[in-house]
Design a protein around this ligand. Sequence first.
Ligand SMILES: Cc1ncc(C[n+]2csc(CCOP(=O)(O)OP(=O)(O)O)c2C)c(N)n1
Length: 351
Amino acid sequence: MLQTVLSPGAVGESRAQAELFLQAYRLMLQARVLDDKFASIYRAGKIHGGVFLGRGQEALSVASGLALRTGDIFAPCIRDQAGRLAFGEPILDAVRTYFGSTLGPMRGRDGNIHRGRPKEGLLAMISHLGAMISVVNGMLLSRRMQKREGSVGLACIGDGGMSTGAAHEALNQAGVEKLPLVVVVADNQFAYSTPTERQFACETLVDRADAYGLTGHSADGTNLEDCLKVVGQAVEKARAGKGPQLVVAKLLRLCGHGEHDDANYISAKLKNAPEHRDCLQVAEERILSERWSTPDELERWRKDAQRKTDDAVSTVQREPTPDPFAEKWQALATENLSEAGETPEPGPMDI
Ligand SMILES: Cc1ncc(C[n+]2csc(CCOP(=O)(O)OP(=O)(O)O)c2C)c(N)n1
């Protein structure tokens, strides 16, 4: 439970909103601290492969994870550590995957952010570039055929991912089938290093919603309150049978595409523009100005996030990694990772 110091004036609905805000802030903070840790471990040469961070995108991401409930489907992308935590992914899953621990959800066979818990509705990402929307569509269609309706599927994507054929096909299908799908676009103004004016000719990606038969929503990705409100409303609409929803949030990625990328194509002028503030800092300022908490408490939360991160890393550093000579390799598409049913012990590949 959150230990919060809400101002005496915060009652009823406004109190619930303040508590949601604080819960979201703590998850964003945990994600940022964890991301910073991954960056420093990567720089020390102890993570093999890429490290992909969500700095600057935590408000939108956390709003996506928090808007969903048990039984829903969540397809995060590479910048969604905050959303993953909000949806219930343990910190250990992230650390174990980056370190290749056999105790991790992917049993040490994936290096970074393609992890998931499909039985719990948290999909393992295939690709950052549009592939996940049709996977969510397929799951929603299958639930419809099985008369298991009532759940929502939410897929995260970037502005660059929205230019792929896979994304176009999936958005079209969602519109035609009127699926309870929410697509959340983090328009961070660069597709890797390609600026948005080289990605799309419409003014904003929300303009596409009508063409596909989706309902469009815009959000300020630097403003946690706005993200919680807009994504929350989109999820409610999808759940209420109002068809697929497209949320587009403008923000700036405060890091490279991955830690191997120094993002020198993002100018200092752009980074320092008022509308590109750090969403975590903006949320913190809001908490203090509303007196929903105190600087001392925020500091305690930061230390708590740091302690949880350090504990997870020191635990995982003692765990085994796969032995390629002893491993019984299996393709991912097996009953072990299917949505329902018991998890059998891993066996030899069945070919
Ligand atoms: C088929 C394919 N082409 C290229 C890449 C490399 N790649 C990965 S993400 C990406 C750009 C994604 O842009 P966007 O969706 O805007 O996300 P961002 O990284 O900017 O947050 C590229 C070019 C890839 N993974 N797969």
